[in-house]
Write a protein that binds this ligand. Sequence first.
Ligand code: SF4
Length: 349
Amino acid sequence: MKEISYLLLDWYSKAKRELPWRVNKKPYSVWISEIMLQQTRIEAVIPYYERFMQYIPDIQSLANIPEDKLLKLWEGLGYYNRARNLKKAAIMIMNDYHGIFPNTYAEIISLPGIGEYTASAIASFCFNEATPTVDGNVLRVLSRVNEDHRNVDLARTKKEIRQELAQIMPLEAGDFNEALMELGEVICLPKGEPKCYICPLKEICKAHLHDTYSLFPVKEEKVQKKEIFYTVFLFSYQGKYAIRKRVNQQILHNLWEFPNISGKLAIDEVKRYLKSQKIGYLSIREGIDGKHVFTHQIWYMNSYFVEVSHEITDFVWVTVGEMMKKYAIPTAFRPFLKELNRDFRHTIL
Ligand code: SF4
């Protein structure tokens, strides 16, 4: 394991990518980027990160921003609790640390929304504390290098690997962590062929030497995701469309959605449903289908354009432009918003 650190640091000093949050290694920048990167690829995160930093450049502005505005800026990244926790943590830093980001792993991990991995990343990248960052990339690289048969989906395996890494952390702890993660992101790829021919570890990697890389990392069988069907209503009235806030929901809580009901309804069933709800309409036609994959669920959505004969008071009625500017519409419902925009030739998208 020790040999890995020399090889990695040498490689990283020559090959590391220029990324916006690597420019100054400020804990605020690293924190925001690491939270965004939890579910999203680097290339996709960069524009979100740059926009976020433009509007919320520091801890104080994050602590003070209204939640609606924060969620709007987070729109498209998904997993919105991450954004809410950022704000909670910023308030805590303002109150408990006089607005200065804490500089030890132990303090950083006590902030809302920050787990072992993110705390290690901030503590090592910004303060060079010798705390290993163990994410999927790191586990993949190490399990291949060592032909490690431990199941990487188990918390126990992660803990053991973390302990083993802690034993070999060099003085350049931050660079070492970044190098290991970067190798997993750009060379030791998860699907398809890893690029062993340019890998700095190829001389010592057992999976490469034995041509067994496809067997690693060892993982648990994936649990089947629950499939849920919804019928989405694109209600229109005099150039405005109905949306509503998702309150008391486990998923996408406090975000905005188009009205919808459970089940995939055929057009006759939709007509019966509208009648039962006393919703009069002038026209009705089928819209596009949508699909969204969450961690444990897949939503399948079909939709109907319904031009109603009166404004229904249960909903908020807005133009497409207003929806785009002011309301956080989660990715799951974005295809319908795009469709509205295209269909009615608004100009905001
Ligand atoms: S040699 Fe190949 S399998 Fe081994 S760490 Fe490098 S890219 Fe991954």
